[in-house]
Design a protein around this ligand. Sequence first.
Ligand SMILES: *[C@@H]1O[C@H](CO)[C@@H](O)[C@H](O)[C@H]1NC(C)=O
Ligand SMILES: *[C@@H]1O[C@H](CO)[C@@H](O)[C@H](O)[C@H]1NC(C)=O
Ligand SMILES: *[C@@H]1O[C@H](CO)[C@@H](O)[C@H](O)[C@H]1NC(C)=O
Ligand SMILES: *[C@@H]1O[C@H](CO)[C@@H](O)[C@H](O)[C@H]1NC(C)=O
Ligand SMILES: *[C@@H]1O[C@H](CO)[C@@H](O)[C@H](O)[C@H]1NC(C)=O
Ligand SMILES: *[C@@H]1O[C@H](CO)[C@@H](O)[C@H](O)[C@H]1NC(C)=O
Ligand SMILES: *[C@@H]1O[C@H](CO)[C@@H](O)[C@H](O)[C@H]1NC(C)=O
Length: 419
Amino acid sequence: MKMKLPSAVISALYLSLTSATIYQNQQIRETNYPNTTVASISKHDSTWRTYAPNAHELSYKGRWDSKYISWWSAPGLKFGFQADQVAISFGQYTSPGVLIAYRLDGQDWQLTNVTANSTNLLVTTESEGYNLTSAGGTQTLEVRVTNWAYGVQIAGVHVNGGAHKLVKIPSYTRTIELIGDSLSAGQYATLEGISSYAWGLMYGLGNVEFSITAYPGICLHDSKCYGNLRGQTYQWLKVSDTSDRAIQIYGDDPPDWDFRAHPAADITIINIGTNDNNTANNVTSAEFTTSYIQLIDDIHARWPHTQIVVLSLWSGFGRVGNTWAQGAGFLDETQKVVRHFNGGGLNQYGRQGFVHYFNTTGILQHNDIGPEYHPTDFGHVKLASHLMQYLKLTFGWELEQTGPEVQHETLYWNDVSGY
Ligand SMILES: *[C@@H]1O[C@H](CO)[C@@H](O)[C@H](O)[C@H]1NC(C)=O
Ligand SMILES: *[C@@H]1O[C@H](CO)[C@@H](O)[C@H](O)[C@H]1NC(C)=O
Ligand SMILES: *[C@@H]1O[C@H](CO)[C@@H](O)[C@H](O)[C@H]1NC(C)=O
Ligand SMILES: *[C@@H]1O[C@H](CO)[C@@H](O)[C@H](O)[C@H]1NC(C)=O
Ligand SMILES: *[C@@H]1O[C@H](CO)[C@@H](O)[C@H](O)[C@H]1NC(C)=O
Ligand SMILES: *[C@@H]1O[C@H](CO)[C@@H](O)[C@H](O)[C@H]1NC(C)=O
Ligand SMILES: *[C@@H]1O[C@H](CO)[C@@H](O)[C@H](O)[C@H]1NC(C)=O
């Protein structure tokens, strides 16, 4: 079968640091989010209490470095508090105007831009939902960075009013790691990291700690791809991603991720190779296969009990005659890798070896891919939903997110009953 595929996944690695107009479906997207910036909160103002970024009450989600700088896609900070106001100060390594999502308990996500050396007031008694907790009770604040190439540095957390204190929120016991490229980082999705299928899957399952170790343009094989200097067989072992800001801070010697200091992932999901399988990068079949086995060996060495799910690569859609067909990058290679760990079997529906094959064919259709070759928001939701059900059927993981918003800005519908 001969089909013409788009040049798979083209990833713009170098982002302009000036804010750009975002078009969605040929219309300008509104990005005038509320400005939460306030004058800096002086350490000497006795009505405010300031916690340093290393306070044990603060829980960092995803990969953060020893300077409390965030890396990769959708990293987060979560903590409990008893106070009337909560503000966060962002350090000098915060990207200019980076968009963060934040939520009070199970309220919907709010959005605001933050920048280096700014302090942002994120919770007041006027915040939606604030009064729904009984007086003096503990509320939680969760913050997520929405863009993979941008990050924040936490310089301090400030509380005022009430008992003016932070409270440690225990981590969930279920843990998932997701290793990928732009498809998993959420590139070209409405709110990027927090619109990706990776987010939809892992936040959507509920009660899951997770890390989205994904970066646009990156290859599996350790070679230069779309400007990324290293591939995931190298970078996954590091704290930082392959962004310009990482190179500015760490050059070619990024710190190792301390696997022993963080809980092992129960499940590791891998969706990688679409950039290897592109004439812009030309990783060979043999290099891809060998590197994939190496990555799985490296994961298994660090997390001997993790269950690994390998996603087949959908690689876009092409016209075949007067209809459409899905592509399949490195189809044989990906299956060969899974068979390597299963005595020749594919272990497609789980329950035998620790490496499982997840067949993506038939989940997406051609119009679930946007003009920039990545899933639309709708495509991301379809992938997330199928993967959630797969994890439930394969590993017995219940769907525990039973109400609070997961994807933001997805509420569009028809309000006319008949016409
Ligand atoms: C947000 O408000 C702060 C403090 O009032 C101000 O300095 C800053 O210029 C504002 N930012 C934007 C983008 O309007
Ligand atoms: C933030 O503050 C640091 C230290 O005071 C300074 O070096 C840096 O230039 C500031 N960055 C911005 C964007 O203002
Ligand atoms: C806020 O973030 C959005 C999304 O990244 C961006 O389009 C917008 O220009 C930013 N606004 C400011 C004031 O930085
Ligand atoms: C919550 O209660 C406080 C104190 O009674 C009040 O000032 C505030 O407006 C209330 N917030 C909301 C969102 O209704
Ligand atoms: C990859 O291979 C194709 C086909 O041989 C060739 O046209 C292309 O220039 C190669 N790309 C690179 C980056 O070497
Ligand atoms: C991508 O994978 C397909 C299917 O395995 C293969 O036919 C094609 O040659 C590969 N292309 C590149 C550039 O690796
Ligand atoms: C993946 O799913 C497609 C569509 O159902 C099917 O044709 C294909 O055989 C499946 N691949 C494997 C390896 O089972």
